[in-house]
Ligand binder design. Structure first.
Ligand code: PMP
Length: 413
């Protein structure tokens, strides 16, 4: 039997391989140390609780926060929901049913796990401003400042975008919010663990991040909740046993939390050298692909991007056909985040990338095990596939002949 083709995994923004050291740290917490961390009367419970508190410290070190400021959740989706809905409901200016309960600022290129809670809040009587990025994909502090109102409760701006990797003006937005006594939440799912975080210096009140994007297990994540200057309070979304300081009831996922803590510790330790390694690989993709072919564009700001994500459009090919042409490379297309539907990515559309270029885009995202040989392979495989598809494209031929495609009257042809 022929050996299966080795897949090159370039979809680390979707999820990462769990680090074997993380798995090893988790294993005892399934069948050896299996107590409920809430059982206060015996050693089984104490051991589980101790393990969770070690993980809380590891998570806090990653963010330069205090352990008590870390709430464990099921992932960044839950953290975003708890931060946004929890803060809005706690700090609402007026009761449910009155005309406006308060104002929230976010933007159109957030993950759905921010957009949907904001849309829910609109239905519940809050007003939300959705900022638009510039063509470079950046949400600026100036844009947030211009949208601020006397009744603004909360600003939620992601640190790095998950589709294009662009970095928003987070420390500046944090400073602005603190100067105006407005709470600041950031979805740092594509940032924390990859880039340095200091919640004091960066003036963040609420920060969401996820274990499975940083080589930990799926189904666990964290929410940083500032405890002083200001002390942030949240209305819980899940009530019950009062775990996680009452903000997230439910028996803790001890093994998952232990793995998440270990993943935070490993990311913190790999810091600068890993960032430099990934940046060199990403820059290779960003320069080699446009150099190899015409009509190739890197989406979003050229430099203000996290090291592990790039998003590139290949004119005159369709993303899904391109993905089929590079079947030994696992990555996402410009339509990926809206999953089954073939809508072009709302993020790319949000930056003003046209439908065609959005449909023809690939998100390539790198991780701890990505090698230079894999990046080289991706460059040659993508180049080959694009050239092959263009060889069958009449539009590409017309464009090569210098015909302006936007001026063609297709009806009369
Ligand atoms: N926010 C961002 C920016 C993300 O990239 C993701 C994962 N795609 C999420 C939130 C959701 O994270 P989780 O899978 O942990 O719920």
């Amino acid at each position: 039997m022929a050996a299966p083709t080795k897949l090159t995994y370039l979809d680390n923004a979707a999820t990462t391989r769990c680090d074997p050291r993380v798995v090893e740290a988790m294993l005892p917490y399934f069948s050896d140390v299996y107590g409920n961390a809430g059982s206060r009367n015996h050693r089984f419970g104490w051991e589980a609780e101790d393990a969770i508190e070690i993980a809380r410290e590891q998570a806090a070190v990653l963010l330069t926060a205090q352990p008590k400021e870390i709430i464990f959740t099921s992932g960044a989706t839950e953290s975003n929901n708890l931060a946004i809905r929890g803060a809005a409901n706690m700090y609402a200016k007026s009761p449910a049913g009155s005309s406006s309960r308060g104002h929230i600022i976010t933007n159109i290129i957030e993950h759905k796990a921010v957009l949907d809670p904001c849309n829910r809040l609109i239905r519940e009587g809050f007003e939300v401003t959705f900022l638009e990025p510039g063509h470079d994909g950046i949400i600026t502090c100036a844009a947030v400042e211009a949208a601020m109102r006397a009744d603004t409760i909360l600003v939620s701006v992601m640190w790095a975008n998950n589709e294009i990797g662009t970095i928003n003006e987070v420390p500046a937005i944090g400073a602005l919010c603190h100067a105006r006594n407005v709470l600041f939440h950031t979805d740092a799912t594509q940032w924390a663990g990859k880039m340095p975080v200091d919640v004091e210096r960066d003036q963040i009140d609420l920060l969401s991040w996820s274990s499975h994007k940083i080589y930990g297990p799926k189904g666990v994540g964290g929410l940083y909740v500032r405890r002083r200057k200001p002390r942030v309070r949240l209305e819980a979304m899940i009530d019950g046993g009062g775990q996680e300081r009452g903000m997230r009831s439910g028996t803790q996922n001890v093994a998952g939390i232990v793995g998440f803590g270990k993943a935070c510790e490993l990311c913190f330790a790999s810091g600068d050298s890993e960032r430099a390694r990934l940046l060199a690989l990403r820059k290779k993709l960003d320069t080699a692909l446009p150099a190899a072919m015409e009509a190739v564009q890197v989406n979003g700001h050229p430099d203000r991007r996290v090291p592990h994500i790039t998003n590139i459009s290949f004119g005159f090919v369709e993303g899904e056909s391109l993905m089929m042409g590079i079947s030994d490379i696992a990555c996402s297309s410009g339509s990926a985040c809206t999953s089954a539907s073939l809508e072009p990515s709302y993020v790319l559309k949000g930056l003003g990338v046209g439908d065609e270029m959005a449909h023809s885009s690939l998100r390539l995202s790198l991780g701890r095990w990505t090698t230079e040989a894999e990046v080289d392979h991706a460059i040659s495989a993508i180049t080959k596939a694009v050239n092959h598809l263009r060889a069958m494209s009449p539009l590409y031929d017309l464009w090569k002949e210098g015909i302006d495609l936007s001026k063609i009257d297709w009806q009369s042809h």
